[in-house]
Design a protein around this ligand. Sequence first.
Ligand code: WTA
Length: 630
Amino acid sequence: MNLIQSNQDYLQQYKNSVEDPEKFWDEVARDFVWKKKWNKVLEWDFAKPSVKWFVGGKLNITENCLDRHLKERGDQRAIIWEPSDPKDAPKSITYKELHEQVCKVANMLKNLGVKKGDRVCIYMPMIPELAYAVLACARIGAVHSVVFAGFSSGSLVDRITDSGCSAVLTTDGASRGGKRIDLKKIVDDALPKCPTVKSVVVFDCIHSKPPMQEGRDYWWHDVVNSAPSVCPAEEMDSEDLLFILYTSGSTGKPKGMVHTCGGYMVYINYTFRTAFQYKEGEVFWCTADLGWITGHSYILYGPLSAGATTVIFEGIPSWPDMGRFWQAIERHKVNIFYTAPTAIRSLQLAPLSFVEKCDLSSLRVLGSVGEPINEEAWHWYDENIGKKNCPIIDTWWQTETGGFMITPIADVTKLKPAHATLPLPGVQPAVMDENGKELTDNGVEGRLTIKFPWPSMARTIYGDHQRFRDTYFSTFPGKYFTGDGCKRDDEGYYRITGRVDDIIIVSGHNMGTAEVESAIDEHPSVVETAVVGYPHDIKGQGIYAFVICHQKPDNDEGLRGEIRETVAKIIGPIAKPDKIQFVSGLPKTRSGKIMRRILRKVAEGELSNMGDTSTLTDPAVVEEIVKGKL
Ligand code: WTA
């Protein structure tokens, strides 16, 4: 199907996609390799909720990402790997080589007894082998569950046991920003609590010689190198599971979002090509980690299914210096660069000479994802990186949506800083007021819902369909609730205003306040905790914890350090609270619910008007909390 070429085109295609969604997606889906065509485009019922796309279709996503490119672009680079240390040589992997490596890893998994439908946990740094591992699972129909390699062993245990993984793919360690992380040790700490895991495959990444457990642990080079390089792609049903990816919930443990094969493939490819207006032969760099949905959809499946060259970056933007991104753009002549507002804000603080030293003339399109991009960062990105010549594609979407939902289309949509702008074809947003009424006019503010299915939406929460229904389909019956607030202006442009639930977005990563609270509570001195987000110049939102201790601490700073370490151990360093205020009580309603509204105001420094506190059991605690604000 032809890509959108103009605004008029967009309006027409959008209209078609709403008036006859089945016809629209039927046409888009024809551009792929199917082992068997679907019988029906869509079956759905948001009350259950149940959503099925391309019903009866059979495919394997890796045939679309690899095999179908071999003839035309087998020698083209599929992956450019930029190592953590710029002194090490980058690596290029052609489509032919990638195909071969994926087949080898796939055969290795089969040799270990991994079968279609089995879950495999992948806990690896950003090296090419991570991409091979993910695609190898898809090749044989095993369900991958990638866990970000910054998570602690406790977080790893939760994720492995929740989905019952039978194998773990990892490395001995990782080097990131000049620091060493012993990943195998973290896996070893986790596994005694993970009875379903039968085998562990370890890629020798930093040559740290970790202990290996006989009969359970295998070196990657021993079991992969000897595996055959031909592996037929397993036939998957459209609705078979492709992967599980965990995301934080506003209460309880992380949710294993389930994505399925057919709809995900069609939608991710379509949105990648449409939003960025990808052109044959371009180099695309998404700076996310593969441990997040952005990495799944727009480092791997989107670009590879489109036959693009995708960059995998092992390092961080600030090491060895603040020019790392710009140097790598120059080095690899990147055409489309897709990063997060938190990275832009931190790089914006560095001397501009880091940018000016680099030739960024290859850039055609810029992207942003993860949180609302503030106007200042938008303009800095536009002027200094895009040289006012590259559209900024501010993509609003979620782990749950699988792919872009509301986003400008490069060179088509008129941009407006800090606005995700307009829905892509197939996406039908509805803005709701608090009473559940749809606000149909423009110039409104409310809660963002989606009222019609799109192909890459998550189908369930692994093992907990009821939670899926409660979280996303019960607040506004008949609609998918995003958890985000938004404004729709007079032109119909959307501006996402942030979460309206107890999820905070720290450096673009979802963090459930409940999860952080329960980690802090693990510290023996702590009785109870309440966590809220507050505006943070670089991270977007910071974590502010109000903590009640058994006894007033002797050494506040010492205890703060211990609490931060406890959180790092239980969840991972990304969840460490930025501010910890010790309090003697928390503002609670008579029914025992913490009034976070009040804590949020304190954390945000809005101390003048606390609103109605009369329903609190002890209004005096508010005064104390205000006085002690950090
Ligand atoms: C936020 C990341 C404003 C939003 C792809 C959403 C954004 C949550 C944007 C999902 C954006 C993501 N503008 N807000 N362009 N992109 N968000 O699941 O609150 O890690 O609900 O998916 O990030 O985060 P997740």
